[in-house]
Design a protein around this ligand. Structure first.
Ligand SMILES: C[S@@+](CC[C@H](N)C(=O)[O-])C[C@H]1O[C@@H](n2cnc3c(N)ncnc32)[C@H](O)[C@@H]1O
Length: 192
């Protein structure tokens, strides 16, 4: 419960970076890993894990031998994340540094980037910078999965994000909406 309060506080302090009032639901986390072949993945990164709402679902879905690294920009949310997942490799850094982090961790190829970033509240330059970094580290057929709040898809930045995904990725799938998430959201599953 304490980490829910920190999340709310973060939203008030940094609404565009935090992008949500509450952590995601387990139902949304399950939708993120559904039918993407996660059980065979060898290396995955989660960007914007916040307090770790989606992390347990990813961890319980990947093979025990898979590499997993989390990258969270906010120091306070990162501290909570580290306390909750002391055995998980994690970095307090911007997701744009993903290739440096892979080098440090000796990960030569990633299967997937799972994202909790609030894309619809980002300006165009930041969307581009982060998508460049993600596309740089994904191999052909690599997966980029990210959630989107349905109200965000009506905003100009949300519309722009959708268009950019279709330009950058060869396949973009949209999951059904998870109505019991607050706010309701769906997943973009994009393949390079
Ligand atoms: C909408 S919250 C999602 C948190 C969590 N994944 C969840 O689903 O509850 C967005 C998270 O992305 C983090 N974030 C925003 N910009 C980031 C960036 N450039 N690099 C890494 N994390 C970032 C925020 O600090 C926040 O923890």
């Amino acid at each position: 419960m304490a980490h829910h309060l920190t999340f709310v506080k973060k939203f008030v302090q940094k609404p565009f970076q935090t992008g949500a009032v509450l952590p995601s639901s387990v139902l949304l986390a399950k939708m993120m890993v559904k039918d993407v072949g996660i059980e065979k993945m060898k290396a995955v990164v989660e960007i914007g894990p916040g307090t770790g709402a989606i992390t347990p679902t990813i961890l319980s879905s990947i093979p025990d031998s898979a590499e997993f690294v989390a990258v969270e920009i906010d120091p306070d949310l990162y501290t909570i994340f580290q306390q909750r997942f002391p055995d998980v490799k994690s970095y307090n850094a911007c997701a744009s540094t993903i290739s440096d982090i892979m080098r440090k961790e000796n990960i030569s190829e990633l299967d997937a980037v799972f994202s909790g970033l609030p894309w619809a509240s980002f300006p165009e330059e930041l969307q581009t910078k982060l998508l460049d970094a993600i596309c740089d580290v994904l191999p052909p057929n690599g997966l980029f999965a990210t959630f989107a709040y349905i109200q965000g898809t009506w905003l100009p930045a949300g519309q722009r994000f959708k268009k950019v995904l279709r330009k950058r990725f060869s396949k973009v799938e949209k999951s059904p909406v998870v109505w019991r998430n607050i706010p309701p959201a769906f997943i973009y599953k994009c393949f390079i």
